[in-house]
Design a protein around this ligand. Structure first.
Ligand SMILES: [Zn+2]
Length: 116
């Protein structure tokens, strides 16, 4: 649990853990942007409030994002605030792309991309 979350925990509904788990389950325990499976940092799956309002826990305001995509979204100017906008503007690119392949785990993008 992050310091930020500890400090703002009171803003979240009492059943936030259940809501958050449900959103992650719905996403198949993968980041909805880069599709990386839930794992060690920076791939820990988080539930992000698209409008930055922890009180608004409607499904269309919540997205399962890995820590990396979560931070990336918040660092964008302006940050995308709808699911459609997130998916449109945050397509993984270059070295950030790790393709999850069913049954084969993760395969990193080929070194032929030239920036290794
Ligand atoms: Zn991600």
């Amino acid at each position: 649990m992050s310091d930020w979350f500890r400090k703002h925990r009171h803003l979240y509904p009492d059943d936030w853990d259940e809501i958050s788990t449900r959103i992650k389950q719905k996403a198949g325990w993968r980041c909805e942007v880069c599709h990386i499976p839930h794992g060690p940092p920076p791939y820990v799956l988080t539930t992000d409030h698209l409008d930055f309002n922890p009180v608004n826990c409607s499904d269309d305001n919540l997205m399962a994002l890995c820590q990396r995509c979560h931070l990336r979204r918040q660092g964008m100017n302006p940050p995308p605030r709808t699911r459609e906008e997130v998916l449109k503007r945050m397509k993984p690119k270059g070295k950030q792309l790790c393709l999850p392949l069913p049954n084969y785990g993760l395969r990193h993008r080929s070194r032929a991309s030239g920036d290794d």
